[in-house]
Design a protein around this ligand. Structure first.
Ligand code: G6P
Length: 605
């Protein structure tokens, strides 16, 4: 979602803000802007388009030691110059950048308009700027506090005021705000990615907190003006991890990083002696874990699909019933939270609003929830308080690849851990561990062997429709393959259980509709062949992802992946699906890392 950033110190603010905005751009990229405070007043520059387009039009000499910046993903009001952040009050004295949604903006806007305030944009954020400029109080912090008491909704925000030359006020409710502590300078950002170049010392604000930043330090208080004591934490991300390396896109870089991401997720977590997994972060004793009769996995987008695969893996190994559901659907159906169910929230960013809201709903109803999260210290990780960190390293491309893979590895570790407390034997545990050990090499081999997929992508790039079909795990893979393809290439792709094809979708199969069939060498192999025959009988082209070279049904193309272990077999199958989406998108000249209308982490409903 939107990225926010701020700087106050002894350096020139504009270059720091721009560099940080580039790093945050994956969070949203339909418009961008900065506000720099100088003695003569606020200079605000903003426009529709990407950060580099805004940066190219900045005046050469934009000097000032304090500023805020924003990269936007539109919620209220279409992407336009006027709706870009920062927003100011009518006098141009107060500027605000904001991530989140002010729910009562409409009502507040009407009230302000009745008092004669004229608005320059359609955004909820401008309402905040107008409110802060009109709020009483001796300091900017008090003005922000008093304005926020009138507001309902979510925000991570940063405010500057031309009357206060040396301070930025930031606040958090539902959207991340992280302070970076420097030498006689302070930074703020919605994401640690924008801080690591400058400092390793960070303070994560909690909901309901306001911080005042000055060059010499920071002060945190609550919305009720009580002092809050915050301890700085150490950021562990390496700055280089944020570069593209030799790759032309982050997506390709992250596809190639998968063997390493798997190793990092596994690192220090295998107990060979007892053929189990050590997952200290779970903070659940064997006795507590054994009490759960069911597992429910929640997430959004790819995280939800990884949950479908994770549920199958857990259920097959441990025989504990497990399923997965969209966190957004779950939270809005007044779910029954059961004592004997373990809930698992999955999120790469740890900031997806619907997933966080589902976690809070579970906690409010007394349920037990753990997180499988990549970003350390993120909102979902902190709300769960326990779980499994992926340690996959930063994922910058909007579509997820390496964190999807790492999530499946985390599920395998969890299943092993739980299974070994139940009926899974030492020998079974050892076999799974051997397969996990071999996994990085197998995945690396699939990635290295990608020329064939590149050629297939060129062959099918001009199609307008595609079905992805499979059964059980194969259907979950089909969903991920279809989602990847539509996200990056804008080619219409739909996933269907292979068994359901004849109940409707077959009507659309024709020589112009590609069917990608997931055909593992499992118990359902014959059934999948039956589905392929149905498609071929309607002259639909079929691309099959298989374990064997020999297929009884004639298909147009095949991609062969190695077999490893019945529980891990879906993982290598992901690679051709990711590469196919990437190369189709490249052939269609799409913006691979920043697909239109999307954002990496969706921190609003
Ligand atoms: C957005 C992204 C998806 C991602 C989903 C969940 O929709 O575009 O790629 O799968 O959010 O993100 P999370 O950070 O919770 O895994």
């Amino acid at each position: 979602m939107c990225g926010i950033v701020g700087y106050v110190g002894h350096q020139n603010a504009a270059p720091i803000l721009l560099e940080a905005l580039h790093r945050l751009e994956y969070r949203g990229y339909d418009s961008a802007g900065v506000a720099v405070l100088r003695k003569s007043g606020l200079a605000v520059h903003k426009r529709r388009g990407k950060v580099h387009e805004m940066a190219a039009r900045l005046p050469k000499r934009l000097s000032g030691n304090l500023g805020i910046g924003h990269t936007r993903w539109a919620t209220h009001g279409e992407p336009s110059d006027a709706n870009a952040h920062p927003h100011t009050d009518s006098s141009g004295r107060v500027a605000v950048v904001h991530n989140g949604i002010i729910e009562n903006a409409h009502e507040l806007r009407a009230r302000l308009a009745a008092d004669g305030v004229e608005f320059a944009s359609e955004t909820d954020t401008e309402v905040l700027a107008q409110l802060i400029a009109r709020a009483g109080g001796a300091s900017l912090t008090e003005a922000v506090r008093s304005a926020l008491t009138m507001v309902t909704g979510t925000y991570g925000l940063a405010v500057v005021d031309a009357k206060h030359l040396n301070e930025i006020v930031v606040a958090r409710n539902g959207s991340p705000v992280i302070l970076g502590i420097g030498e006689r300078e302070m930074f703020v950002a919605s994401d640690a990615a924008a801080l690591v170049r400058h400092t390793r010392q960070a303070v994560y604000l909690d909901d309901g907190e306001i911080a005042t930043l000055e060059p010499r330090g920071y002060r945190v208080t609550t919305l009720d003006a009580a002092p809050a004591s915050k301890r700085p934490t150490q950021l562990e991300l390496a700055d280089e991890a944020f570069g593209k390396g030799a790759h032309s896109h982050y997506m390709m870089k992250e596809i190639h990083e998968q063997p390493d991401a798997i190793r990092r997720t596994l690192s220090g977590r295998i107990d060979r002696r007892f053929a189990t997994a050590r997952l200290d972060g779970l903070e659940l004793s064997p006795r507590e874990l054994a009490q759960f009769r069911r597992i429910k996995i929640l997430g959004c987008g790819s995280a939800c699909i990884s949950g479908l695969l994770g549920a199958r893996l857990i259920e097959r190994l441990t025989r504990v019933p497990a399923d997965a559901e969209s966190a957004a659907e779950f939270r809005y159906r007044n779910p029954v939270i059961e004592d004997d169910t373990l809930y698992i929230a999955v999120s790469q960013s740890g900031e997806t609003f619907d997933t966080l809201a589902a976690v809070e709903e579970i906690k409010r109803k007394g349920g037990a929830v753990i997180g499988i999260v990549n970003v350390v210290g993120s909102s979902i990780a902190r709300a769960c308080g326990r779980g499994i960190y992926l340690h996959a390293g930063p994922e910058i491309a909007v579509v997820s690849t390496k964190t999807f893979m790492s999530t499946l590895v985390a599920f395998a570790l969890f299943a092993l851990h739980l299974g070994r407390m139940k009926d899974v034997s030492l020998a079974q545990g050892k076999r799974l561990i051997e397969a996990l050990d071999a996994l990085p090499e197998r995945i690396a081999a699939c990635i290295a062997d990608s020329d064939h997929v590149t050629r297939l992508a060129a062959k099918y790039a001009q199609f307008t429709n595609a079905y992805f079909v499979g059964r059980n795990e194969g259907f979950a893979l089909a969903q991920e393959g279809a989602l990847k393809l539509k996200e990056v290439s804008y080619l219409h792709a739909e996933a269907y259980p292979a068994s359901e094809l004849k109940h409707g979708p077959l009507a659309l199969v024709s020589p112009d509709t590609l069917t990608v069939a997931i055909v593992p060498a499992d118990d359902l192999f014959e059934k999948n062949i039956g589905t392929i025959e149905e498609v071929r009988a309607r002259r639909g082209p079929v691309l099959a992802i298989v374990h064997h070279h020999e297929l009884p049904a004639a298909v147009d193309d095949i991609v062969v992946v190695p077999q490893l272990h019945e529980l891990l077999d879906p993982l290598p199958m992901l690679i051709p699906l990711q590469l196919f989406a990437y190369h189709v998108a490249a052939a269609r000249d799409c913006d691979i890392d920043q697909p239109r209308n999307l954002a990496k982490s969706v921190t609003v409903e």
